[in-house]
Design a protein around this ligand. Structure first.
Ligand SMILES: O=C(O)CCC(=O)C(=O)O
Ligand SMILES: [Fe+2]
Length: 296
């Protein structure tokens, strides 16, 4: 059951100030605990502010609603130090539990990476993010990358990769959104964001009703970045370095439908060279794009 936690507007101003100055959530929680705030209350308050700032929702002024803590299910990723799919042996380089995350090597061959880049390059357009307030695609103030989507199984290569990622992510191919390729030129980045759709935004309702929540992401690295471009998880201090053919996999929606705020992540600035990634997002149910949905 949700509980309401009240606090002074002065505390609200102080939390906001510190987060805007670049303090991490953990640092702000620590400072509140040092002032004898109970740890769970400090965590819930700071979490609500981080969520509001990252999703463009209104920031709390004197109270937050505390939802039950995220319950971690067993990871959908198959166990073991390597995972054999129909056509490939993927090696598990590292796993973390909270958020459920893994670094995977040999997900894509060098030839597959090159082919994906060559197919995507002529179709790139300025990346959009889903506007957290309207739910509509918006050319990104949050991103400075270029992107495109393949249709599910649109050619033999994409069909093979859709199958492989479905096996790794342990959900049907049909639950996947079309593979997205992003290109970050030098200097580009994506700011910290959640991949799940913020349910409180009315404009996300239609997509959530059609296909359910996004539950997991696999970001595959298609080239060697000379410097920078790590995928960073600021809530946990994790950072994954891009390496051609490798991927970072993470989960953020459990069987209760709760979403995990620890999955906040960003594409760090590309300092030298360029960065290409292929991203697969999985839904709770078959993915139905807006264009396929029956009209009103
Ligand atoms: O570029 C990255 O490292 C992260 C990409 C990402 O977060 C996304 O595509 O949603
Ligand atoms: Fe993301």
């Amino acid at each position: 059951m949700d509980a309401v936690l009240r606090f002074s507007p002065a505390l609200s101003d102080w939390v906001l100030h510190n987060l805007r100055q670049g303090c991490t959530a953990a640092q702000v929680v620590q400072a509140m605990r040092a002032q004898d705030m109970p740890p769970d209350a400090a965590r819930a308050i700071v979490d609500a502010f981080v969520f509001a700032l990252r999703t463009g929702s209104p920031v709390p002024t004197d109270s937050v609603t505390v939802a039950p803590a995220y319950r971690y299910d067993a990871s959908r990723l198959p166990p073991g130090t390597s995972i054999r799919t129909a056509d490939r042996l993927v090696r598990v380089a590292a796993r973390a539990a909270q958020p459920a995350l893994a670094v995977l090597n040999d997900v894509f061959s060098a030839q597959e990476c090159e082919a994906l880049i060559a197919l995507a390059r002529p179709r790139l357009a300025p990346s959009t993010t889903v506007d957290p307030l309207t739910g509509r695609a918006r050319v990104g103030a949050q991103r400075s990358s270029l992107g495109m989507f393949f249709r599910l199984r649109e050619n033999a290569l994409i069909a093979r990769l859709d199958e492989r990622l479905s096996e790794l992510m342990n959900l049907p191919v049909e639950n996947g959104e079309g593979l997205q390729v992003l290109h970050y030129p030098a200097g580009a980045q994506s700011l910290p964001h959640f991949d799940f759709l913020v349910p409180s935004n009315a404009a996300n309702q239609a997509s959530l009703e059609r296909s359910g929540q996004r539950v997991s992401t696999l970001v595959g690295y298609l080239n060697e970045v000379e410097e920078g471009g790590e995928t960073v998880f600021p809530e946990t201090g994790w950072s994954v370095s891009p390496q051609r053919g490798s991927a970072v996999y993470f989960e953020y929606c459990n069987s209760l439908g709760q979403v995990d705020h620890a999955s906040l992540h960003a594409g760090g600035p590309v300092l030298r060279g360029e960065k290409w990634v292929a991203t697969k997002w999985m839904r709770q149910r078959r993915f139905v794009a807006a264009a396929e949905a029956p009209g009103p």
